[in-house]
Write a new protein. Structure first.
Length: 607
């Protein structure tokens, strides 16, 4: 049995650590490290618009250089071998753009060899191809016709059948690709040494929208321009994504805006503020995670139920109340006649709420909603929005409802199912069930819950696991599914629960923890890490705690490991898009161990 005093000391230590990082407004501003790629994309953009902030540009380049591996490549995660082609080619390009590195430098020669050995620029992700293309370095076209934007929403297939995050990336790509626009400055390097096929070398004859003779084409371009501008936030960014904003900047240049116009300068300055400081380096977050972190940190403190955290919790609740969305935006296209009520991932986000952030915020507001009528109104509004967003198949997706068109899944682009669709996923469905069961009183016989349970059972893997889309990967999906099913009253003797339990035990490592490679998301097959990670260990333990009425030897061994506080915190366990973006959430090392220890304590020691 775990020593109770030791457990309490560790939990209170963690509470103090969390409290020390809270800002005066009640939020937590912790880094959501998206890796080297967005430093590279942003550095290239700054040089393209001739930004004068040389100190900032140099710092971006220094961070990129600091992450290069001995073999010359850059990786998305430690065990990726030999490296990642998209990140390596983009980092190489950015270092040349910076002016502080030359092709003849040893590190650059090694990078060039790695890029060519991995297939050259032809093998990079289409987002990077688009960036290379708009800078006149590569010949590429997006396989989505520009006229798609003109199709009415009632058409059997239209632009809004793409996921919201695909739309905000495709729109700018469609603009500058259709206009064959490219921009070159004295900083633009020649990348022909990285292009294996000569037909992919850029030879452009840019069009000018003012001279277009085709009125339908011109109308489509103007509609795409309006689409982007309508979805820019107050800080000038497009949906708060650095990647989409960077592409938008190039598309606005293609449409005739000057690089010094406010519509371009404002998002540039905002993206600089998206940089978090890590060991003296500026690291560009693809999107800040303030609301997500604040909701989960507040919730984790409340699960422990210690009075010394009361003021911290109150401040976070006050912050979250003001972050609820008040507008009907794109989510309502597929879910009409429903009032807004969700929360978004980032503090600046007012246009695209999501299910995960909404249920996280509602967990954090739950206790106070029982005391304050105004917060109760806000809470019920959020609950109604979440229920309304359930897909027809019974599951929940991230941002929208029923955005799972079979034809979109056949588009010839990378990560099409992950990026161009917003289909039901085990992690969203499981986490929503956990919220509805533990905080909204829903049970397995309620109709929406029955539909969700059937979806989860249909989508369980043969080995007993579930695949999680937004975390790494099968451990994450299994944790969310199991805790969700148990919260709505699924019997622990149910075959799907027993299979999941057996799978989790089969992958426990000798140290008592769990660790899964990011490559699981690429190959859609579980792959173990050589070491345990803190968040994945906490997820697996939380699943087992939900299943077992008394602590098992495997649970005890895992809890002992968490208490030693020696686990890997640096490995990315959040997923953006497989083989492109993974997240190192600096909040996760605080949130999930505390949640798991709290659940262990309240279930087994102090019922």
């Amino acid at each position: 049995m775990i020593d109770q005093d030791r457990l309490l000391v560790e939990m209170r230590r963690r509470v103090k650590e969390i409290q020390s990082k809270q800002s005066s407004n009640g939020a937590w501003y912790l880094c959501c490290d998206s890796g080297v790629l967005y430093n590279a994309f942003f550095l290239i953009t700054l040089r393209s618009v001739r930004d004068q902030d040389e100190k900032f540009i140099k710092n971006l380049a220094e961070y990129i250089y600091s992450k290069q591996n001995d073999n010359g490549a850059w990786k998305l995660y430690e065990d990726e071998s030999p490296g990642n082609i998209t990140t390596t080619a983009s980092a190489y390009n950015a270092l040349l753009y910076s002016g502080y590195f030359k092709k003849s430098d040893l590190n650059m020669k090694k990078a060039e060899q790695q890029i060519l050995s991995m297939g050259g620029i032809e093998k990079v992700h289409f987002l990077a191809k688009g960036l290379f293309s708009v800078n006149g370095q590569y010949n590429w076209k997006l396989p989505v016709p520009i006229y798609t934007i003109l199709l009415p929403q009632y058409a059997p297939l239209n632009f809004f059948d793409l996921s919201c995050y695909a739309r905000v990336h495709f729109a700018p790509l469609m603009v500058f690709a259709n206009l064959n626009y490219s921009i070159q400055t004295e900083f633009t390097p020649d990348l022909s040494n990285l292009i294996i096929s000569s037909r992919n070398i850029k030879k452009s004859s840019p069009s000018n929208i003012k001279r277009l003779k085709n009125p339908i084409r011109k109308k489509a371009l103007l509609q795409l321009e309006k689409f982007m501008i309508d979805r820019t936030e107050e800080d000038g960014t497009l949906y708060n994504y650095a990647s989409a904003t960077i592409l938008m900047i190039y598309s606005l240049l293609a449409l005739g805006y000057h690089r010094k116009d406010r519509i371009i300068r404002k998002p540039i300055e905002s993206l600089k503020k998206y940089a978090c400081d890590l060991k003296g380096y500026k690291v560009i977050q693809n999107t800040p995670s303030t609301n997500w972190d604040t909701a989960l940190l507040s919730y984790s403190l409340q699960e422990l139920a210690v009075p010394e955290a009361d003021l911290t919790i109150k401040k976070s609740v006050d912050y979250l109340v003001n972050q609820q969305h008040m507008k009907k935006t794109d989510w309502s296209i597929h879910n009409q006649n429903v009032l807004p009520g969700g929360w978004g991932f980032a503090e600046e986000n007012t246009k695209h709420p999501d299910i995960d952030d909404t249920t996280a915020a509602l967990r954090a507001l739950n206790h106070q909603s029982k005391k304050d009528p105004e917060i109760d109104r806000i809470w019920k509004k959020g609950l109604h929005w979440v229920i309304s967003m359930q897909n027809d198949d019974g599951g929940w997706a991230a941002f929208e409802k029923n955005v799972d068109h079979f034809f979109i899944a056949r588009l010839p682009i990378e990560n099409v199912k992950d990026g161009a669709l917003d289909a039901s996923s085990a992690d969203l469905t499981g986490r929503t069930l956990e919220f509805l069961g533990n905080y909204a009183g829903y049970k397995k016989d309620d109709f929406p819950i029955m539909k969700a349970i059937k979806w989860l059972i249909r989508n369980q893997e043969k080995d007993g696991s579930w695949y999680g889309k937004w975390g790494v990967s099968y451990i994450y999906g299994t944790w969310t599914a199991i805790t969700g099913l148990c919260a709505v009253g699924m019997s622990i003797d149910n075959p799907c629960v027993r299979k999941a339990n057996d799978w989790l035990l089969s992958i426990q490592q000798t140290d008592g923890g769990w660790g899964e490679s990011c490559s699981s998301s690429v190959n859609r097959k579980y792959k173990s890490l050589s070491n345990s990670t803190v968040s994945q260990t906490a997820w697996a333990l939380d699943s087992l705690i939900a299943i077992h009425p008394t602590p098992t030897n495997e649970i005890e061994k895992g809890i002992q490991l968490l208490l030693r506080n020696t686990l890997n915190n640096s490995y990315p366990t959040g997923t953006g898009f497989p083989n492109l973006t993974y997240f190192r959430y600096y909040s996760y090392q605080e949130i999930y161990p505390l949640l798991t220890l709290s659940h262990y304590y309240h279930k087994y020691i102090k019922p």
